[in-house]
Design a protein around this ligand. Structure first.
Ligand SMILES: [Zn+2]
Length: 176
């Protein structure tokens, strides 16, 4: 029982320059530690680690590790504005009403009014909202966007933002 739970836990990996990169499973973390490709990282929150039991010993796997080697970053470019990518960015929800059904793409400033087919002018909209909005800007018709559309973030930056949001208290302490 304990074993299964342990294996479901994840370890946060930081780059050599202390950027949070991603979460990996505990087995991968152990391999990185044992092969010397990573070292435990203490964020000063008093977390001792996740106990992992082998037949003969208990290993405390740190919750945070830092790579000791340079992280090979795969090249990444802002994706093209496609239906798939826009839906993914908008978490498959209409940006006006939140509906997850009958989704279409909407040009915030209509193309006929000079709106461009760019990340900051395209949002996911359900058919109903799209029809209601028709050839208007949201302001004209009293509709508000739930988020400001922008290009997707580099996955590492996105992970870092999410990571530090989840560690608010701690980053606050570090600032003091
Ligand atoms: Zn809608």
């Amino acid at each position: 029982m304990v074993r299964t739970q342990t294996f479901r836990q994840t370890v946060a990996v930081f780059s050599k320059s202390y950027l949070p990169l991603n979460q990996i499973n505990i087995k991968r973390a152990v391999i990185l530690l044992v092969t010397g490709k990573a070292e435990p990282l203490d964020l000063g929150n008093g977390v001792k680690g996740i106990p992992m039991h082998s037949p003969t010993m208990v290993l405390l796997v740190p919750q945070y590790i830092r790579l000791t080697v340079n992280h090979q970053e795969r090249s990444w470019r802002v994706p093209a504005v496609t239906r798939r990518e826009v839906l993914r960015r908008d978490k498959h929800a209409c940006q006006y009403c939140g509906s997850t059904k009958h989704l279409t793409l909407d040009h915030v400033i209509p193309v006929s009014k000079g709106g461009k087919h760019t990340w900051d002018n395209i949002v996911t909209a359900c058919e109903r909202c799209n029809n209601r909005k028709s050839n208007h800007s949201p302001q004209q018709i009293g509709m508000t966007l739930r988020t400001t559309p922008k290009a997707p973030l580099h996955p590492i930056v996105a992970f870092a933002e999410q990571f530090w949001r989840g560690h608010k208290v701690q980053s606050g302490n570090l600032d003091n």
